[in-house]
Design a binder for this molecule. Sequence first.
Ligand code: NAD
Length: 477
Amino acid sequence: MQFNFIANAQVPSLSGRTLPVIDPSDGQPYDEIQRSSPADLHDAVGAAQQCLYATWRSTSAVERGRLLYRLSQLVTEHADELAAIEQRDCGKPTRQARADAQALARYFEFYAGAADKLHGETLPYQQGYSVLTWHEPHGVTGHVIPWNYPMQIFGRSVGAALAAGNTCVVKPSEDACLSLLRVAELAAQAGFPAGAINIVTGLGHEVGDALARHPGIDHISFTGSPTVGTLIQQAAAERHCPVTLELGGKSPQILFEDADLDRAIPAVVNAIVQNAGQTCSAGSRLLIAQPIYEDVLARLGKVFESLRVGPAALDLDLGPLIRASQQQRVWDFLSDAQVAGIPMVAQGQIADDAPESGFYQVPTLLRDVPPDHRLAQEEVFGPVLAAMPFRDDEQAVELANATRFGLVAGVWTRDGGRQLRMARAIHSGQVFINNYGAGGGVELPFGGVKSSGYGREKGFEALYGFTTLKTVAIRHD
Ligand code: NAD
């Protein structure tokens, strides 16, 4: 049985209600989490406020950085344990689960180093005045976290919030809580004061909604679906609470005829197969220059056919999807493709020993996907790649920008001028040239435009989002 983590203690929900924890590899329950209510959330906010005013506000930036560094070391020491927890909870192949634990440690390390480097400015002003700016923490920050990368998303948002001097109340996804509850224990062991990090588990429309509405929450960081992003904004708007939103995408990979295909093809595959396609920045649309269209599809088809899906512990190319409803969602997209006559180029295979009750989906490559079809417009959040040809640079830009999203784009060309023209013309938060994702990029600001959200996570930029600027004007003539 897992408990909420409030003020450095394990706490049952006030109602005593629980939710099952399901292993996506076999669909069977194996643990329970608390199904918390708004009253539990209220207690967590109280603990975070108490910590803020009693301890955290007077903890120096140097000391906040040291605590984060100690936590980073503890996460590294417990990386295998954390990876094993995440693997079973989320169905992640071993390599992915380990990479997530390492990224978590790296986020804490990065923000440990950044904590005492967040400084304001002195501004030139009228004679007789000195004007300063200070980056001050918001206070108590709320973090609503999805199930696809719990550790990484916790690291980037809670790490930055703590470094900037905030305390945190975290609502993980009901489908993926266990690693974060363990990380919170490690934070207590590292020396974080009671109430600096609080975790309340439960359903989104119950405890997540309560977090968005709670008057004691001074900033909300949300990663998840655009639909819930809208609900969070509406609730936060009632009390003018600032929000950072990361809402996913339909990110294009663009292959020009001069692309280095030996380098591009593995990156294109990885960008849709990683985490079984359940990645906000998945490269889920593939735009291919007409002259190389057939060649690229033939090469990609061979790779897709070789990909294997199976239980997380087997560490194959893909694990299961997170839950039955996500599997059904992917099936619905694929049956729509069939109805629309969209040709399938290739599919991978499910391992023979994968339990039938697991939530498996083979990676699927589709071609000639019409740009206005939902497969080219909506986030599938599964291993489905939608390929389409383009005529020239102009049409590549037009297609790249033709969705409501704008999170990430990949551009593959050796032409330097075209690299920069594309980077300027594509409407998204990140553009990768001759690579995709830059290996995770803890240091690189990340976030979207349009329906992909606003505000930036990761890198130094995230620290500004977790602070508010105060201007101090002193008259001394
Ligand atoms: P979701 O948006 O429903 O859930 C994300 C988080 O929000 C979870 O912690 C959930 O409990 C919480 N939540 C749900 N309803 C809420 C509410 N009314 N108020 C406050 N919090 C609430 O996402 P999902 O159902 O887990 O997945 C659905 C789709 O969202 C996916 O298919 C995918 O397209 C997208 N998604 C995107 C990302 C991303 O990284 N951008 C992550 C997960 C899911």
